[in-house]
Design a protein around this ligand. Sequence first.
Ligand SMILES: *Cc1c(COP(=O)(O)O)cnc(C)c1O
Length: 437
Amino acid sequence: MPRPPTTPDPSTATRPARPPSVDTLARSLASTGLPHAICVDIAREAIAADDVEGAPARASAFRRTLLTPVVNATGVLLHTNLGRAPVAFAQPARAVNVEFDLATGERGSRQRAVGQLFARLCGAEAAMIVNNNAAAVLLVTAALAHGRQVLVSRGESVEIGGSFRVPEVMEQSGAVLVDVGTTNRTRLADYRRALSRPAADVALVLKVHPSNYRVEGFVEETPVAQLATLGVPVVADIGSGLIDAGCPWLHGPPPSWLAGAPAAVQSLADGASLVTFSADKLLGGPQAGIIAGDAALVAACSHHPLARALRPGGLTLAALQATALTYLHKRTAEEVPFWRMVATPVAVVQARAEALASRIAGATAVPLEALPGAGSAPGATMASYGIRLTGDRLALLRAADPPIVARTRDGHTFLDLRTVDPADDDHLVAALSRATA
Ligand SMILES: *Cc1c(COP(=O)(O)O)cnc(C)c1O
């Protein structure tokens, strides 16, 4: 029996279609791969904003707020916004003997495994690992100088990376910062004068590598070897974590851009009682901080209550152990991504740039200057090569999957290939061809 024709209800005929239910809209976003609960939030927001059509764009915008691997074509080898040193590390979902002594079957020290490797690498009696170098400096000063004085050259009372400020770290540690010398020149005699004041109660001399800036001209600093004659433990915050100034892992002399960068082995050999440094700068490992040197001082740090709050997790320790073992195996230049980037001859980078440019319409191979980054060796550059495109293509490159991060200058887009893994070259060609189409 045919159905009677339905007469449209005049009161609803002209109204826009009812929005889909939150659930229907959320389900339509499932192909983004986002969890349903997140899709529900996005669907709800889109409906509330009367923007149902915009829901997929909202979902992909959310996706791009998540952590994701990116191609670093900036030419900054250690890009703090891109996680500094790239590291490859994977481990099975197994328990790890983080604090378990396999020899005795008893509870062990979290610091032992990786600490002994760094002690060996640095030529130190002992070493321990914390969350980052800021934590290392905080712990050292809190454990060794709380309520007492720490001498710091006025030229080294620096701010590094926005939130690491020597005077503020000192304040948090409970140590009393004593400024020594002047902004541009600090001599051994200035430290001696601070030590001989009637109220002097000096626990440490802290030498901080200024890292991200350089003073030139009428300048003088007091080297560790001289500070070590003062009779007070010297702590050298060398910052970047160059293990050995001679870079014995490179096949040849150390690169010229490293000239003057303080190194762990030499600072300790010169008489520093402790060195502190980041693991994710010139060391090329995961984010962590290393404290290495005198065994009694390292032990005092590891027994301080803050040590627990600043301790690294098993994942970090395992990744750092892998990095330390690579150094000890002398495979640094081949297997630590940062040093592999450094060690690549510019001719090799140039050949890649030329090969890529020939595959992309409108692209030109150009010489560039790459930077170590992360405040390591400020002002230093290394010869590199890359690709130049006309116009600002940054947004299109960031929209690639994986996203590509490049730089613009004078209305051109530049991709430096020294910081790009050759395995990503084909991806670069595909994304650049789209970006220039
Ligand atoms: C980078 C740096 C720090 C801070 O290290 P993080 O690992 O980023 O916490 C502290 N001191 C110096 C000299 C540095 O170069």
